[in-house]
Ligand binder design. Structure first.
Ligand code: NDP
Length: 240
């Protein structure tokens, strides 16, 4: 019988990461949950899924390295941890820019650096899946910091797919608006106005994003690497 594959999902205390963890558990994977700290949500999901969890701030390289000392087996890393700051360019201060890039870009770099030695030990192909955003391809007013950080994630994905092939498969999923804390907390009136411009006229349920990530985690996607798969209800193509 084949050994169960282990997936670390960063940012799985809530939102898309939490939905993915639930689907992956159901599909028979071992899950390692993750949050910035030991929150109620993280502990309760770990109990519900009877899963291990780790906690670290992705922006703190040393904290990430220390947390990985206890991870012995890992086949797939999903980088879902991320933040959003939506403000017009003139209102974005340098700390906004730094926290966006430190979390969304360098956070992924920190996690991948620590995961690489474990991923390289696997006999079959390991996988890295990064969460970017449709905004990484088609930006909008007030999204300069967030959108450009996600453009970096899309580009990082194709760079690493080339550098790590064939041992490690690297892909990216770019969601459109999804009903999570992230959309609730940031500029929600503006987001509500934009929902009408989505071809499918609604936000995604986070499960609809998680299902696509689950496909990339599964053996059925074994010939896909270096890709950015957009799951946005047709939001992006209206820009074309
Ligand atoms: P949520 O805001 O619901 O959850 C964010 C998760 O990231 C939480 O688990 C949070 O942990 C974790 N996190 C944030 N900052 C850090 C940090 N510095 N260190 C460790 N963990 C951190 O986000 P979503 O689920 O909505 O988004 C998931 C991904 O999808 C993100 O990368 C986002 O940019 C992307 N995305 C989301 C869209 C949406 O509409 N929701 C649209 C397009 C892209 P904690 O609970 O401990 O704070």
């Amino acid at each position: 019988m084949k050994k169960k594959q282990t997936i670390l999902v960063t940012g799985s205390s809530r939102g898309i990461g939490a939905e993915l963890a639930k689907l992956c558990k159901k599909a028979g994977f071992n899950i390692i949950l993750h949050g910035r700290s030991k929150t109620k949500e993280l502990l309760s999901l770990a109990k519900e899924l009877d899963s291990e969890f780790v906690f670290f701030d992705v922006t703190k390289e040393l904290e990430v390295k220390k947390a990985f000392i206890n991870i012995k087996q890992l086949n797939i890393v999903v980088n879902s941890a991320g933040i959003n700051i939506s403000k017009p360019f003139e209102e974005l201060d340098i700390n906004d820019w730094k926290s966006i890039y430190e979390t969304n870009v360098f956070g992924i770099v920190n996690v991948i650096k620590s995961a690489l030695p474990i991923l390289k030990k696997n006999k079959s192909a390991s996988k890295i899946i990064n969460l970017a955003s449709v905004k990484g391809t088609y930006s909008a007013v007030g999204r300069a910091a967030y959108a450009s950080s996600k453009a970096a994630v899309i580009n990082l994905t194709s760079s690493l797919a080339k550098e790590f092939a064939p041992e490690i498969i690297v892909n990216c999923v770019s969601p459109g608006f999804s009903s999570t804390d992230m959309t609730e907390k940031t500029w929600s009136k503006r987001i509500r106005d934009q929902v009408n411009t989505i071809l499918l006229k609604r936000m995604a349920d986070p499960k609809e994003i998680a299902q696509v990530i689950l496909f990339l985690c599964s053996e059925e996607s074994s010939y896909i690497t270096g890709q950015n798969i957009t799951v946005d209800g047709g939001f992006g193509i209206k820009n074309v």
